[in-house]
Design a protein around this ligand. Structure first.
Ligand code: GLU
Ligand code: MG
Length: 420
């Protein structure tokens, strides 16, 4: 008897988990048209699996429709095949559903393009822990640490490529068992799709090797954090890079500076979406190479917005390399929602011609509770998420906060590590 292939379709939901449903592969053609029915409440599945709150109860139906352009098909020797699609959630009338994470990003990208003619080019640089290498001795950046992780890295790169994600780098990071993977920059939605696919493929490869990866923001409150840094730049409609300006401050074009300033201005409130877990705020502490202030700087890995290095003298090549890194994100965030908030905040900066605040940048919130209060007070964020999602998101995250209220930091870290 031959096994029958199964296809999964999912999205990175409000908790940042990749969730969905599956169907027999032979039904793909019809599923691409009609999708799979989903309880609206499922969008409220919490970080830890249970539904801690819901505005939908047991009512209603929405439809998860696979996006044919996101097909991931990765056969593993002697094991099952990873076969999945990313999807959009639509209403029965076939319209975009207000709670669909990809739709929130699509709206932001469309706005950027309509108002400025710009397309976002972005990539997610993702740090994580791999259980297949021993934690001690810690071997930051050593070749021996790369060697000891064995076949994981090479398999990961091959599987990413097979999945349609171009690997840019894989390296042994600073912390015990910590590695980092980055894909090549991609345009708009595809950048966030690539981040979701990369996380799943990393988990898939680790699983085949009898191990796990964890993208948790920090596994031990006194340890090393794992960030998801979002690098971005722009292309114009002729595919030309437009972030670079040889004569401007930090060689970032005026438009780019305004975009940075918009992110900087809204950042404290946006933390509730980009660093959206209780443990996220244990990472944003001193001496972690993670930001604590909504600041911007040239080549400074301590800042929230780092203008990245460029090498060489050729202006064409310099313009191509030019990018800014947003460092206040981690993998408890849905890449769709995090990127959507950056784009909307940056666009607002262009609209308002904002200037980078170099002198007294505001502190970032130091807890999820504080971040949620700022998000609640932000009319801009309400507009960007849509008011229904904005209020539901607050309830959703406050329920997560409440569920951990009686636990100490070590236990909270342990719980997040189990599920991310
Ligand atoms: N691990 C640091 C973080 O949590 C980043 C280190 C680096 O610059 O790669 O963001
Ligand atoms: Mg790193």
């Amino acid at each position: 008897m031959q096994r029958e292939p199964i296809i999964f379709v999912g999205t990175s939901d409000l908790s940042g988990h990749f969730r969905g449903k599956s169907f027999p592969a032979v039904d793909l053609a019809s599923r691409l048209r009609r999708g799979l029915g989903l309880a609206p409440t499922n969008i409220f599945l919490s970080a830890f699996g249970s539904i801690q709150m819901t505005t939908f109860g047991t009512q209603g139906e929405v439809f998860l429709i696979p996006d044919a352009a996101t097909r991931v098909f990765v056969p593993f020797d002697g094991s099952t095949t990873e076969y999945f699609f990313l999807g959009d959630i639509k209403t029965a009338a076939g319209e975009a559903w207000d709670f669909c994470p990809r739709q929130v990003l699509r709206r932001a990208l469309d706005r950027l393009k309509t108002e400025t003619g710009l397309r976002l080019l972005a990539t997610f640089e993702q740090e994580f822990l791999y259980s297949g290498v021993s934690a001690h001795p810690s071997q930051p950046y050593e070749l021996d640490s790369l060697r000891r992780q064995g076949a994981f890295g090479e398999t990961l790169l091959a599987a990413m490529r097979e999945a349609g994600v171009v690997p840019d780098s894989f390296l042994s990071e600073f912390g015990p068992q910590q590695f980092e993977v980055t894909s090549a920059p991609a345009i708009g939605m595809r950048a966030a799709d690539d981040a979701v696919i990369t996380r799943e493929i990393a988990q898939a490869v680790a699983f085949r090797l009898g191990h796990r990866v964890s993208f948790t923001p920090i596994a031990d409150p006194n340890g090393v954090g794992s960030g998801t840094h979002i690098h971005w730049s722009f292309l114009d409609l002729d595919n030309q890079p437009v972030l670079y300006d040889e004569l401007a401050r930090w060689q970032i074009s005026l438009l780019g500076q305004q975009f940075m300033a918009g992110i900087q201005y809204h950042l404290p409130a946006l933390c509730a979406v980009t660093t959206p877990s209780v443990a996220s705020y244990y990472r944003l502490r001193p001496n972690r190479w993670a930001p604590m202030t909504a600041d911007a700087g040239l080549l400074d890995r301590g800042t929230a917005l780092r203008v990245c290095p460029i090498i060489g003298a050729d202006p064409v090549q310099r313009a191509k390399q030019c990018n800014v890194e947003f460092r206040v994100a981690d993998a408890t965030a849905s890449p769709y929602l995090a990127l959507a908030m950056l784009v909307q905040a940056g666009l607002e900066g262009i609209r308002q011609r904002r200037e980078i605040n170099l002198n007294d940048p505001r502190p970032l919130p130091t807890s999820l509770g504080d971040a949620l209060n700022l998000l609640e007070a932000s009319d801009a964020a309400k507009d960007w998420l849509g008011s229904d999602l904005h209020s539901a998101y607050l309830l959703f995250k406050r329920a997560e906060l409440k569920s951990l209220a009686d636990l100490d930091e070590i236990e909270i870290c342990r719980r997040y590590r189990e599920v991310y």
